[in-house]
Ligand binder design. Structure first.
Ligand SMILES: Nc1ncnc2c1ncn2[C@@H]1O[C@H](COP(=O)(O)OP(=O)(O)OP(=O)(O)O)[C@@H](O)[C@H]1O
Ligand SMILES: [Mg+2]
Length: 245
């Protein structure tokens, strides 16, 4: 198995006014294999978004190293292979879905035909094909999440990084997104996601990592972790790990 993401001794300290500091991540190590779906879990403020943004090179680590497909994140070739859905995306709200996808397609310098084909395909895959003329300012929360996922896929990424991809989705949307992610995995993509939905993570992730206060408290396959911690449900496991630390 080759390694998609390798994180070594990653520390991120945020500096606040009056010399105050917040630790986002502390001496964090993690390896994610190519082709797996890896789920990050942890209480609010545990460092999930910080980790994802550091992997993407959107924020810089205080110490430590991140490699994606063996390359440092500054490498433009690597950035082309990544799709990202942020936690709170901000879109140009006067654009329609197809216009937004066209814009993202241009960022990746996709040829016109590829862009159109992918855009049509993705709009159907995320259930927005019927709403092509609706401006984003009239989208619901779940619809924005769906278009966000389509944007993250416009470059047909090898690695998909999703920060809470289903928070605003109804149960049908949640299942559709899960099915889509499983299909992408079948196509050989690597997916790293964060979520608060234990049942969702349980259904699709090959391995999970539980974070708290910038530390990785547990990592592994869910079945093995349940056995190791002598717990029966994912919820019990999560609470036990967070409280035991
Ligand atoms: N730009 C910033 N400046 C200062 N502190 C920050 C900044 N971004 C994050 N933090 C702090 O870093 C810690 C980790 O935050 P982060 O957003 O990574 O958590 P999270 O696990 O994604 O939480 P949530 O589940 O609520 O999305 C928190 O204490 C947060 O206040
Ligand atoms: Mg977050």
């Amino acid at each position: 198995m080759s390694i998609a993401i390798k994180i070594e001794n990653l520390t991120k300290i945020y500096h606040l006014p009056k010399k105050r500091k917040v630790t986002g991540l502390f001496n964090f190590n993690l390896e994610i294999e190519e082709g797996e779906i890896f789920g990050l879990l942890g209480p609010n403020g545990s460092g999930k978004t910080t980790l994802l943004k550091t992997i993407l090179g959107l924020i810089f680590p205080t110490r430590g190293k991140v490699e994606i497909f063996g390359k440092e994140i500054g490498d433009i070739g690597v950035k082309r292979k990544i799709g990202f859905l942020p936690e709170n995306p901000y879109y140009y709200e006067y654009l329609t879905g197809p216009e937004l996808l066209d814009f993202y397609g241009d960022i990746f310098e996709l040829p016109k035909r590829t862009k159109k084909k992918r855009s049509d395909e993705l709009l159907s895959r995320v259930g927005l094909a019927e709403l092509k003329h609706l401006a984003l300012r009239n989208y619901s929360k779940g619809m924005l999440e769906r278009i966000g996922l389509a944007c993250a896929l416009i470059n047909d990424p090898k690695l998909l990084i999703l920060d809470e991809p289903t928070t605003g989705l109804d149960p049908i949307g949640g299942r559709e997104t899960r099915d889509l992610l499983l299909k992408l995995k079948e196509q050989g993509k690597t997916i790293l996601l964060s979520s608060h939905f234990l049942s969702e993570v349980e259904k699709i992730c090959d391995r999970i990592g539980i974070l708290d206060q910038g530390n990785l408290l547990a990592i592994g396959r869910l079945k093995e972790l349940l056995k190791e911690k002598k717990t029966e449900t994912f919820e019990d496991l999560f609470i036990k790990i967070i409280k035991e630390k």
